[in-house]
Design a protein around this ligand. Structure first.
Ligand SMILES: Cc1cc2nc3c(=O)[nH]c(=O)nc-3n(C[C@H](O)[C@H](O)[C@H](O)COP(=O)(O)O)c2cc1C
Ligand code: SF4
Length: 595
């Protein structure tokens, strides 16, 4: 292996030594040495001008960075609820046993580490894992058995059978976006012919709203950014896709990346940006090479770089930044912090990124799907897009469908489709509940399956997980509360403490020690989070608990030890030993419940 000094020397010479490079450099060091050695921290500190303690805090923050060596084969099983439903726990236990390794602890010979990680965005072809950052889907006992053999034989991951690493697009339904291919450069030609104002008008007419969840009008966002006076503007494509159960951006990046980059360049041309970033979640590392190739093809075709399509002054290029296992970095201001090389702590808003984003400059942050749709609207017009969907939710939306259904995958529907229709199409039978919009979303019972997916009714960022009647919904809730505890950045008290308290209470319900008082507490803490958490992670974290409490009360009540407001803890019984020791057992020494 290359010695650390020359590796860092090459890295800094090639990729720069400004402080914003920190996270990308740490990711590169982690990949090369399976951890961040002490000496690397000292060198980076000196060269980037960042105190070592700040570098430590960045390493601690990201789940994929480590100060202690990981195994040569670093394995992370995806732990979304859908992976659990497909048996990930048993597979991981089996692998740990076969390789004689404790979860989370490197084997003595340093060969292997195995642990769980949050959803890897492969719910339609789970259970899944990452090995040295690369996805392996459709795990079976046989596949695990083969992997164990390869690991023990020391076969490099690059020489493992190619079929292990196949990730299918799994597109089950196409509509106006996926059916219409975009000729490379046609949206940019449209911009040059029609002008920026006309394209902004097309976007306004189309009614396109952000596909990342919040649904802000894309045309308005671009215009606000363009009108914010500054010497630099930036465009960011949010490909963090960390919401459990969501994987539609994975498919767009795999098969429609050129359109996404076209959308970013179009945006750059309109707002006056010269630089764009694609923030790619670390779990999608396997897409990086293809994406880099697509960027190069676009540079070769004069669709990126200087004087794009011969237009003097139309300069724009795109750089890919990797995330390192932090869900909250999907929140746009946390993402910008991360792009600047720091911990992904969400900023105070306002100011919003459109006026003060990357490096405090006006920045458009858009979801992958939003940018893809914008490029098509520039070519086919606002009316074309508006012809589908509902008045407040125009066009189509991509959904990631997983869980108890026969045909999981990506489905494109016009907004306004009913949940019932989606369930019928994906072959979901005997459905008890649908979790819409991921862990942060809504739990929908069968009596609400008539509802429409649209901003006017049930909005959705695009994830739909199906649970049949055999499923215990509390397991889903517990999976989500654990997820939010793990992913909380810890900045604000309601989320850091409240999230943990909620998780503990759900665990208490699960093991059968809870009382009605605990349910009351769950609701109270949930409301505190909704009202006072600093960012969207905290305000949405209690959703599944509160929804299931309201719509599936039996899930909780049948497990309660006491349905009146009495403590679950039997103090009188706990004091028995003390009474014996002190020899006191008179009536006054006893506590009577219910008196
Ligand atoms: C905790 C959290 C995670 C988020 N994750 C994502 C994500 O992975 N992808 C995304 O596009 N938006 C995500 N968002 C929403 C972004 O903050 C932002 O609204 C979005 O990227 C804007 O793009 P759009 O207008 O095209 O939807 C997240 C928000 C929160 C609060
Ligand atoms: S709500 Fe949670 S994730 Fe958001 S800032 Fe507070 S602690 Fe961090």
């Amino acid at each position: 292996m290359q010695d650390l000094d020359s590796f860092l020397h090459g890295l800094l010479a090639e990729s720069g030594d400004t402080p914003d490079r920190l996270l990308q450099h740490l990711i590169a060091v982690q990949k090369q040495y399976s951890h961040i050695p002490y000496d690397a921290i000292q060198v980076l500190s000196e060269r980037l001008g960042i105190p070592p303690v700040q570098i430590y805090s960045v390493i601690e923050y990201y789940a994929f960075l480590h100060r202690n060596p990981r195994g040569k084969y670093d394995i992370r099983f995806s732990d979304n609820i859908t992976d659990r439903m497909l048996g990930n726990r048993l597979l991981m236990q089996g692998m740990c046993k076969k390789l004689a390794v404790e979860p989370g602890i490197p084997r003595d010979d340093g060969k292997v580490t195995i642990e769980m990680t949050s959803c890897t965005g492969l719910c339609d072809q789970g259970p899944a894992l990452l090995v040295n950052g690369i996805a392996v889907s459709k795990l079976t006992e046989m596949r695990i058995h083969k992997m164990v053999g390869l690991i023990e034989a020391g076969v490099p991951v690059g020489k493992w059978p190619g079929k292990f690493f196949i990730v299918e697009d799994n597109i089950q339904r196409r509509d106006m976006l996926l059916n219409k291919r975009l000729i490379k450069g046609s949206a940019l030609e449209s911009l040059l012919v029609k002008g920026a104002d006309a394209i902004l008008n097309d976007l306004d007419e189309s009614g396109l709203r952000g596909r990342g969840g919040a649904g802000f009008k894309a045309g308005t966002k671009w215009r606000l950014c363009r009108d914010a006076a500054a010497d630099e503007h930036y465009v960011v494509c949010n490909a963090d896709e960390g919401e459990p159960g969501t994987f539609k951006d994975r498919v767009l990046l795999n098969s429609y990346a050129d359109s996404v980059f076209e959308g970013m360049t179009l945006c750059g041309g309109i707002v006056g940006a010269r630089k764009g970033f694609l923030y790619l979640r670390g779990e999608y590392l396997y897409l990086l090479k293809t994406l880099e190739n697509t960027l190069q093809e676009r540079r070769d075709a004069n669709l990126l770089g200087n004087n794009i399509l011969g237009q003097e002054g139309f300069d724009f290029d795109i750089e890919i930044h990797l995330g390192a296992g932090a869900y909250v970095c999907g929140e746009e201001s946390a993402l910008i912090e991360s792009l600047e090389g720091k911990r992904g702590i969400p900023r105070k808003r306002p100011p919003f990124p459109v006026t003060s984003g990357y490096m405090q400059k006006p920045t458009v942050v858009n979801n992958v799907e939003t940018l893809l749709a914008a490029a098509r609207i520039a070519v086919y017009g606002g009316d074309w897009f508006r012809s589908a969907g509902t008045p407040e939710s125009t066009g189509t939306k991509l959904f990631s469908i997983s869980g108890d259904c026969e045909r999981p995958g990506v489905y494109e529907y016009p907004f306004g489709v009913t949940i019932r229709q989606v369930l019928e199409d994906c072959g979901a039978l005997d459905t008890q509940a649908v979790q819409l919009s991921g862990a942060a979303g809504f739990t929908i019972p069968p009596q609400e399956f008539y509802r429409q997916i649209a901003f006017e009714d049930v909005p959705s960022g695009g994830s739909l997980m199906v649970f049949n009647r055999q499923r215990d919904l509390l397991k889903m809730v517990l999976n989500f509360t654990r997820f939010f505890c793990h992913e909380s950045c810890g900045f604000c008290t309601p989320c850091r403490i409240g999230g943990r308290l909620m998780n503990d209470l759900v665990e208490k319900v699960m093991v059968g020690y809870a009382t009605s008082y605990d349910i009351h507490e769950l609701k109270k803490i949930g409301r505190v989070l909704q009202k006072s958490a600093h960012c969207g992670l905290g305000t949405t974290a209690p959703n599944a608990v509160l929804d299931t409490l309201q719509k599936f009360p039996g899930t909780y009540s049948r497990r309660l030890v006491n349905k009146s407001y009495e403590p679950a803890f039997n103090l009188d019984k706990a004091l028995e030993v003390s009474r014996q020791l002190t020899g006191r057992d008179d009536e006054e020494a006893h506590l009577r419940l219910g008196n």
